[in-house]
Design a protein around this ligand. Structure first.
Ligand SMILES: NC(=O)c1ccc[n+]([C@@H]2O[C@H](COP(=O)([O-])OP(=O)(O)OC[C@H]3O[C@@H](n4cnc5c(N)ncnc54)[C@H](O)[C@@H]3O)[C@@H](O)[C@H]2O)c1
Length: 430
């Protein structure tokens, strides 16, 4: 089938490359000309494991191309996937500017097409958005939904860091459909996927995405709250999590305590659901506390550092890890952003390192020093903070600690290197 993917970010690009690898003809559309040029030359504009290789393969086989021309891409597409960003505005609401602009462009393209086609919302949008905001814009094409064109809401559950694998091997595929024909059309492009498919309504699909992310974020805040108690008790929250997670009703996943969750999804999606519920007259108590615990959690490492240095002014802090999780160059809402800002206020100096995310962090914190290795960052540092659990940080050795001003590593993420407790402390573990 001919597929157009509008928005080639962390969702759109793995989806485009993934569908192209299943034999579909994919056109990726983006307003960012640099991204489009890179994709057409087989170069991957974001870091995601396995994506550069697959992208190069499908581009060289002529199965995927990129363009800035939405109208032509939509005109030629049986299925149009809308995967632009839905960031958070200042009040925590979902910002629909990109969705609305892209939907207008799609409507223009739809005018040029005679055959039936199905428009699929892959971006995360709060319940009723597809019906009340997006479909009316698509109708500006002069066509009738459910008759001249189909509409589906197909939330994406991939995790950055393993985006391509998650896209190709999902736990489930949720198809929210305006009508049966829309759902049937979308289901065809998933025919090679080995995953259960759930067919449901548009609003249900929209809420399944928010409820899933909110539950996962709540699990993290819950275990962080337990972790803070563990720290007081001098016990290891990971032992507690292992014991709790052995219960099949709970599962061990998302019970890794640390310096709080970040990323482009959890903080904004939980906040958007809170705002949406409030607008509907509901009181989202659990979700509000999920956010509150997470905000506080980011300050815990700074407090622990202050236990070692009552005055942080002029202290050299090695920040190891800037991405919000390993396997990605994405720093959106990364705990590192706030922790660096807080320490800066207290007069600390920095040497920061990340294997993939330095260029992105330079946009947020251009003033701090960046190094090309973690060893260099640790040299002569008064303390090291591990904020992303990149595998390479597990190689930190006693020799490297000797080169620090003070051999002290505070972990915001649990690591597995062989150093004794004197030199290392965890945010919620001894
Ligand atoms: N990142 C994730 O892990 C993840 C996971 C599941 C769902 N989602 C959701 O998927 C959506 C996309 O997220 P993302 O992380 O891929 O975003 P992103 O910011 O990485 O990518 C969005 C892309 O859309 C492009 N764009 C913006 N307006 C456009 C337009 N009018 N026409 C064409 N392109 C346009 C941007 O240039 C950008 O390249 C969001 O709603 C997000 O909440 C994200």
């Amino acid at each position: 089938m001919n597929i157009a993917v509008i928005g080639t970010g962390y969702v759109g690009l793995p989806a485009g490359a993934g569908f192209a690898s299943h034999g579909h003809n994919v056109t990726c559309v983006d307003i960012d000309e640099e991204k489009v040029e890179k994709i057409n030359s087989g170069e991957c504009p974001i870091y995601e494991e396995g994506l550069p290789e697959l992208l190069q393969e499908v581009v060289s086989k002529g199965k995927l191309e990129a363009t800035t021309d939405t109208i032509t891409a939509v005109k030629n597409a049986d299925i149009v996937l809308l995967a632009v960003g839905t960031p958070m505005d200042k009040e925590g609401n979902i910002n629909l500017d990109y969705i609305e602009k892209a939907s207008k462009d799609i409507a223009e393209g739809m005018k040029e097409r005679e055959e039936h086609q199905t428009i699929v919302i892959k971006s995360t949008v709060v319940p009723t958005t597809t019906e009340e905001k997006i479909i009316p814009i698509l109708e500006q094409s002069g066509k009738k939904p459910g008759k001249d064109f189909g509409v589906c809401m197909n939330p994406e559950f991939l995790r950055e860091g393993t985006a391509l694998k998650d896209f190709l091997e999902p736990d489930r595929i949720v198809i929210g459909e305006l009508d049966e024909k829309s759902g049937d059309n979308l289901e065809k492009i998933y025919s090679e996927f080995d995953a259960p498919i759930m067919r449901t309504g548009l609003k249900e699909a929209e809420l399944i995405k928010y409820a899933s992310n909110s539950l996962l974020a709540t699990k993290i805040s819950f275990i962080n709250e337990i972790g803070n108690l563990c720290k007081e008790l001098g016990i290891d929250v990971y032992d507690v999590a292992d014991g709790v997670g052995m219960d099949h009703r709970v599962k061990r996943d998302f019970l890794d305590s640390g310096a709080g969750f970040g990323g482009s999804c959890f903080p904004k999606d939980v906040r958007a659901l809170i705002k949406f519920m409030e607008d509907k007259g509901e009181e989202p108590r659990i979700l509000q506390d999920t956010i509150n615990v997470n905000v506080d959690q980011k300050t815990k490492l700074v407090e622990q550092l202050q236990n070692h240095y009552s005055d942080l002014s002029g202290k050299k802090i090695a920040v190891l890890g800037l991405a919000f999780k390993p396997g990605t160059d994405d720093i959106r809402q990364s705990p590192a952003i706030d922790i660096i800002a807080e320490l800066k206020e207290l007069g600390a100096e920095f040497k920061a390192y990340d294997p993939k995310a330095i260029e992105n962090m330079k946009q947020k914190h251009p003033e701090i020093e960046y190094t090309s290795s973690y060893q260099e960052a640790l040299k002569e540092a008064d303390a090291g903070l591990i904020l992303t659990d990149w595998e390479e940080f597990n190689e930190i050795s006693r020799e490297e600690l000797k080169k620090m001003n003070k051999a002290l590593i505070l972990e915001g993420r649990r690591m597995s290197y062989e150093l004794d407790g004197e030199n290392r402390q965890g945010v919620t573990w001894p």
